[in-house]
Design a protein around this ligand. Structure first.
Ligand code: ADP
Length: 259
């Protein structure tokens, strides 16, 4: 699935707009929550009214969570790319995912031998993979398997030039899959099929923006009833272009290839 420049600038405009709206909305919301909290305090013996107020407070907190995400979306902190070694990164991620996704989801992580490092913002890379994993869980309400597979690959170079390497990070699930009409829209900001309060439709557009900013690409394919596969491709870190570190290459870590 190829996505256009138009999408990127739409995303940027949406980011600016939502940031402004979310900020003002959040301020108003804190007034609503503050007053409801006070009202709750003076309603101790009126059970029905108390319940209504508590529901309202809960709803307002959900709104606050949404505006929080919108703010994070529009004010994404600048990327701080650093070398990332998959053999040490993936075990921590799988542990975190096991806790986040729950017992019904089996996680399988597989790393190819001799993987090159990549250069990414670690926190935002992790957030992107969590986003993909949480969507995968939502697509497997009766449980299933989440596969993370990391592979290195040569990128053919134009004649005369040296070929480069990249890394494919595949995140695949055995969930519901998507029909073509939904698949075509998954990276669109605010596109969601989840019920109100459950989805913002911002997850995949954030992942898309992050991958693009990191010099990579993301593709998706999906079959209804069979599952969905996202592939994030990022350029390998070329140690040869870092003269100060060129003599400081670690031996490959074979022990951690299977997690
Ligand atoms: P949200 O999760 O808030 O809905 P996203 O941008 O992360 O927003 O996802 C948009 C939509 O893409 C989801 O609502 C869902 O319909 C679809 N989707 C994303 N990932 C998957 C998946 N792994 N399996 C099936 N559908 C998916």
């Amino acid at each position: 699935l190829e996505l256009s420049l138009q999408h990127a600038s739409k995303l940027e405009a949406v980011g600016r707009l939502t940031g402004g709206i979310a900020h003002d909305f959040n301020n108003m919301l804190s007034i609503v929550i503050g007053n409801l909290d006070l009202a709750r305090g003076s309603l101790q013996d009126n059970e029905k009214a108390l319940r209504r107020i508590e529901n309202a407070i809960e709803g307002a907190h959900r709104c606050a969570e949404l505006t929080g995400r919108l703010l994070a979306f529009s004010r994404r902190s600048p990327l701080q790319p650093r070398a990332l070694d998959f053999a040490s990164f993936i075990p921590g991620l799988t542990k975190l995912l096991a806790r986040t996704l729950g017992e019904r989801i089996t996680i399988s992580a597989e790393l190819d031998d001799g993987l090159p490092e990549i250069c990414v913002d670690h926190a935002q890379f992790e957030a992107a993979l969590i986003n993909l994993a949480v969507n995968a869980r939502d697509a497997m309400p009766d449980g299933g398997t989440l596969c993370i597979h990391v592979q290195g690959r040569e990128v053919p170079a134009p004649e005369g030039a040296e070929s480069t390497r990249c890394v494919d990070i595949t995140v695949a699930d055995t969930g519901t899959g998507m029909p073509p009409a939904i698949l075509a829209r998954v990276f669109e900001p605010f596109f969601t099929t989840k019920e109100a309060g459950k989805g913002t439709g911002l997850g995949l557009s954030m992942v898309y923006g992050f991958v693009q900013q990191s010099g990579g690409t993301i593709t998706v394919d999906s079959n209804p009833g069979q599952g969905t596969r996202f592939v994030v491709t990022l350029p390998a870190l070329d140690r040869r272009s870092l003269p100060s570190e060129s003599t400081d290459r670690r031996p490959p870590d074979d022990a951690a290839n299977a997690v």
